[in-house]
Ligand binder design. Structure first.
Ligand code: ADP
Ligand code: MG
Length: 253
């Protein structure tokens, strides 16, 4: 999709869990080529919103359009095949697999390598092609040389980069990252920010949940601020900083 065109459109999204309305009538758009951050206090509904977009959860009401198609009723796999890739708030790597294999697993999400036949036991040619592609993504995330280390032995900050590499292996149009900087030290956050900016340059659209305001202010083109399931604000980071409601709910002071 051409930069600046409408990529994702959320209309009046609602998600109810029993008595709780986790996402309450939220609407916003994502444009191709931007970094859109979703911020807000714990329990605001950010992860639930991401789960609605990716098809991990069904909406109670409302609509989601992705790449010009109504994906409201589509399942996770179908939406992933259209080019939406995600990472999770809690890292979900396979600790017993090496970095290369973990990244290669991402190719399956886009159907790039047929069926998952007993883990990664693919045909020779198929396997070589996928592994070569995974190796490319590993150098893209700055981890060339670490392909054969076990994921479980790798520090958290690097594991989060590997998760992004796995998402990239699916060749996504839209990457959805749920708190990728959580638990990272400052230099790790810096490396992550640089990677995300580089990915944006290469044309990947990014949606990100993040708590660290300094981090997000430098990174995001636009913000959606959520509070108690509602959208409190949508706009540029500088405007969010000046907004009375946002300050009261989230930014403090
Ligand atoms: P955030 O990611 O902004 O911290 P969440 O989307 O995880 O918030 O949660 C929003 C609200 O929905 C919270 O009150 C949470 O407890 C609730 N919630 C999230 N998932 C479920 C679920 N599967 N069942 C019931 N309640 C849930
Ligand atoms: Mg969350």
């Amino acid at each position: 999709p051409e930069r600046g065109t409408l990529l994702l459109s959320v209309e009046n999204a609602v998600k109810r869990f029993k008595g709780l309305v986790a996402v309450n009538d939220v609407s916003f758009d994502v444009k191709a080529g931007e970094i859109l951050a979703v911020i807000g206090p714990n329990g605001a509904g950010k992860s639930t919103m991401f789960n609605l977009l990716t098809g991990a959860l069904d909406l109670s009401s409302g609509h989601v359009e992705f790449m010009g198609r109504d994906v409201t009723a589509m399942g996770q796999r179908q939406i992933a095949l259209m080019g939406m890739a995600r990472t999770f708030q809690h890292v979900k790597l396979r600790p017993q697999m090496n970095v290369l294999e973990n990244v290669a697993l991402g190719a399956h999400a886009r159907g790039n390598c047929g069926y998952l036949r007993g883990g990664l036991n693919l045909d020779g040619d198929e396997e070589r092609q996928i592994m070569a592609e995974a190796a490319l993504q590993i150098s893209r995330i700055g981890l060339a040389g670490q392909e054969h280390e076990l994921a479980g032995n790798i520090p958290l900050g690097t594991q989060r980069l590997i998760e992004i590499g796995r998402a990239l292996a699916a060749d996504p149009v839209l990457m959805i990252l749920d708190e990728p900087a959580a638990g990272l030290r400052k230099p790790e956050k810096q490396a992550l920010a640089e990677l995300l900016l580089k990915l944006r340059e290469s044309g990947v659209t990014i949606m990100i949940v993040e708590h660290d305001m300094d981090f997000i202010m430098k990174l995001a083109d636009r913000l959606v601020v959520m509070n108690f399931g509602h959208k409190l604000f949508e706009g540029r980071p500088e405007a969010a900083r000046a907004d009375q409601h946002v300050r009261a709910a989230y930014l403090g002071n």
